[in-house]
Design a protein around this ligand. Structure first.
Ligand code: MTE
Length: 320
């Protein structure tokens, strides 16, 4: 999603290069992580203390199946964990897997504030235990034209919102990602404004499909996929699904969102998947699923028709 002219975009940024872990890139990523740690004056041992690193690969117990799941073929784990958009680590999709390896996800708190009755700072593990974890197999479509099908684990964001007890003034929810120059080397570059922020209208946030996510494939979320807590909004382009959330803020006015700040003519606030509204530099009519060669048509709302009523009466060309 770097702001480049069409001619500058290597096809590798649009088409996944391979279906396997690219060892050369992985090694380069790890070397970069070490270099970044040294540059920041952080010893690697400090980044990797065993008690503080995320428990990716730890199984999550008592996961319920969700009626919202698609029965489409699930994208292989190795693709979903080695091809990531996570600009806090790198704008190269093959690098977050290596660079985020020792990212500390505990202790971790989330500030919940703004136009609500129950302002509080919650430990992430308290949030995770708020409701029964569900497996939701969702299609997830990136604005750049690739898509994945992932068995995410989490529960509806509405569970958290209900407990925050919003005031009538709360019309929008704004999310922020951690700001940490020592751990997130990408934040030392001005490629985006930091911290990464995203927002939803209150009725979107309350829709049962909006998933507060802390796991995938039955296990704790890997760092490169947004541990310890991220959003997954399956009817919107992937950039709305913010990773590593540290703040959930309720407001009466529409919050700004990172990609809209970066390129307002290219990325809107709503960003609903819409095959009829092209990105100024490419068509949104088709997509390529990671692991497949053939392109497939992109569906309105990414096929999640149950959200259509949220937008009735709105001009979705204007409100892209
Ligand atoms: N969240 C943060 N904090 N930083 C990011 O760079 N990238 C977004 C989104 N959330 C991003 C983010 C984009 S563009 C996409 S497509 C998805 O994360 C990718 O999620 P995945 O790596 O789990 O597939």
């Amino acid at each position: 999603m770097l702001i480049k002219k069409a001619a500058d975009i290597p096809s590798s940024e649009i088409t996944p290069k391979g279906l396997y872990l690219n060892r050369r890139k992985f090694v380069a990523g790890t070397a970069l992580a070490s270099a970044a740690a040294v540059a920041a004056g952080v010893g690697l041992h400090e980044m990797a203390s065993p008690s503080s690193v995320a428990q990716a690969n730890t199984k999550i117990d008592n996961i319920q199946k969700s009626p919202f799941s698609t029965s489409e073929t699930i994208t292989p784990y190795k693709d979903v964990t080695n091809y990531n958009n996570y600009y806090e680590f790198s704008s190269d999709k093959y690098e977050p897997a290596g660079l985020a390896k020792n990212f500390k996800t505990r202790p971790w708190t989330v500030t919940i504030d703004g136009q609500i009755k129950k302002k509080q700072v919650l430990d992430v593990d308290t949030i995770i235990k708020m409701a029964t974890p569900e497996e939701r197999v969702y299609r997830h479509r990136c604005v750049e034209g690739w898509s994945i099908v992932v068995p995410w684990v989490g529960f509806s964001l509405s569970e958290l919102i209900k407990r925050a007890d919003p005031l009538p003034k709360a019309k929008f929810v704004e999310f922020s990602t951690l700001m940490d120059l020592r751990q997130m080397p990408g934040q030392r570059s001005r490629v985006l404004e930091w911290p990464y922020v995203e927002g939803l209208r209150m009725d979107e946030a309350m829709h049962p499909l909006a998933l507060l996510c802390f796991g995938m494939y039955g296990e704790v979320l890997p760092n490169q996929d947004g541990a310890p807590l991220r959003m997954v909004i399956p009817w919107k382009y992937g950039f709305k699904s913010i990773k590593a959330i540290v703040r959930v803020h309720f407001t009466d006015s529409q919050p700004s969102n990172t990609w809209n700040i970066s390129a307002p003519s290219e990325y809107g606030f709503y960003s609903n998947v819409n095959p009829h509204v092209d990105h100024p530099r490419w068509s949104q009519a088709t997509e390529r699923r990671l692991g497949e060669f053939r392109k497939r048509p992109t569906l309105m709302f990414n096929g999640y028709d149950q959200v259509a009523s949220l937008y009735s009466g709105m001009d979705l060309k204007k409100n892209f």
